[in-house]
Design a protein around this ligand. Structure first.
Ligand code: TXA
Ligand code: MG
Length: 319
């Protein structure tokens, strides 16, 4: 299907992707159509071996220092949840990266993703397999909930193990920028690069979009998301919002016993940050499906994968 220009959704270790042959401009255009994705929002190209990078990226356009950084990151985190932004090769259709001269590339570790790329015999352009702006899918059912009838196939590999999107690092700037926190933590990347990552410029408008995941409102459920400092604040918000006639649901930690007894519906995310990352999107979707108007959640420490969790919660709660 991929070789014939079709759209195939597939699991990765982060979230499900919606794949098309990255070297086929028409197939790539179908991704934007199916997702109703903004045309200025570039895609990530997925490869199945580090050597395949040269098929899509112009590595000669990087400085020696930048190439050394690329090699260090690839050596440390590939295959895995790290995406690097480098220069696009002229032979790669421009719509893959929304007309930008740069290209985001990642080598996923999920065995089904790797097998698919190898069998397709082409690099695969794939955004998360959700409707534009919506919560990313972590199961095949989530993909169908958003895109059934608009895609050709979804490969069901069960729930994705990490649950949040890859970390995106721009290697074309000095110093490199952290465009999106994700499965690999900032500290891990900085330790390998030996340099502090710069923050990207925030982008809230439709102009040139170096990192569309950076749109303030993104990764969003239908319900309004309200972040609370702790369980007490969450219970107080619950009482207040119920008094206002809102239908209130909550994303809770395993040790939030009082909130679990008080708030219905609720969804228990787990206790560790890794569990929260894995279950966050399923929780947002589950509460949305139960028709709540407000979802309450507590703020978590922004260490390790906590930075990516906080980033997604902030974007999901933006109005
Ligand atoms: O974990 C993931 O990365 C998942 C799986 C399927 O691999 N994919 C994913 O794709 O999250 P998507 O399209 O939902 O997010 C792609 C993000 C953009 O939001 C943007 O931040 C960044 O990748 N990106 C892509 N191309 C870029 C470019 N040329 N320059 C800067 N950022 C780019
Ligand atoms: Mg996405």
């Amino acid at each position: 299907m991929l070789r014939e220009g079709g759209l195939v959704a597939f699991p990765t270790e982060t979230v499900y992707g919606l794949g098309a042959n990255a070297l086929d401009a028409r197939a790539v255009a179908r991704i934007y159509e199916a997702k109703q994705r903004a045309l200025n929002d570039p895609l990530i190209v997925h490869i199945a071996a580090p050597e395949q990078l040269e098929q899509v990226a112009d590595l000669s356009a990087l400085s020696d220092l930048q190439r050394a950084r690329l090699e260090a990151l690839a050596g440390a985190f590939w295959p895995g949840p790290l995406t690097v932004v480098v220069w696009r090769k002229a032979s790669v259709p421009a719509n893959v990266s929304a007309g930008l001269d740069t290209l985001a590339v990642r080598f996923p570790s999920h065995p089904i993703a790797q097998a698919l790329i190898r069998y397709a015999q082409c690099p695969i352009a794939a955004p998360s397999a959700n409707r534009f702006g919506h919560v990313s899918p972590t199961t095949a059912q989530h993909v169908l909930d958003d895109l059934d009838g608009r895609i050709d196939l979804v490969l069901d590999g069960g729930a994705t193990p990490i649950g949040l999107e890859s970390t995106v690092v721009n290697l074309t700037t000095e110093p490199p920028q952290l465009l999106r926190p994700g499965g690999v933590t900032r500290a891990q990347v900085e330790a390998v690069l030996g340099v502090a990552l710069a923050a990207p410029v925030q982008q809230n408008d439709e102009s040139a979009m170096p990192a569309p995941g950076m749109l303030t409102r993104h990764y969003a459920p239908r319900a309004r998301l309200v972040l609370c400092a702790d369980e007490d604040a969450l219970l107080a918000q619950h009482a207040f919002l119920k008094g206002q006639g809102e239908l209130v649901g909550a994303l809770l930690m395993r040790d939030h016993a009082r909130a679990q007894a008080t708030i219905h519906p609720h969804f228990v995310l787990g206790q560790t940050l890794e569990e929260v990352a894995r279950n966050l999107y399923a929780g947002l979707r589950a509460l949305d499906a139960q028709g709540v108007s407000v979802i309450l959640a507590v703020r978590l420490p922004e260490v390790g994968v906590g930075e990516a969790i906080a980033d997604r919660l902030r974007r999901a709660s933006a109005r």
